[in-house]
Write a protein that binds this ligand. Sequence first.
Ligand code: FEO
Length: 136
Amino acid sequence: MALYDWKDDYSVGVTRFDNHHKRLFNIANDLHEMMKQGRGADVIEPVLRELIDYTRYHLAEEEKVMESIGYSNIVSHKMAHKVFTDQLNEAMAEVDQGKTIFVVIKIARTVIDWLINHIYVIDKKYLPEMTAAGIR
Ligand code: FEO
């Protein structure tokens, strides 16, 4: 069983974003499995980069749709994305400098924890306005 199982309860009511989130969970599970197996930083780091790249892509896509519907909470939602993106940039600079397995694992865990919390607490808030705008 995967550590980060997708649950229907995580659905934000927009299929494309649920699919993005599911893909992020899948990458997070791959990362967790590699960490559990004690794989080296050279194996884990490319997957961490994939997780971060896909996270950036997802956040940008979500913001485009929120803008298109004039989402009422867009300022705070975009701010949460920005704070996290800044953290990711700092973290990846750390990886580029050191690339130790400890740094890679720490960052992977930070990304995964943020994603789960963000999807469940922040993303779900847009459901009523997305539904009202006909976005599913
Ligand atoms: Fe699904 Fe606001 O990130």
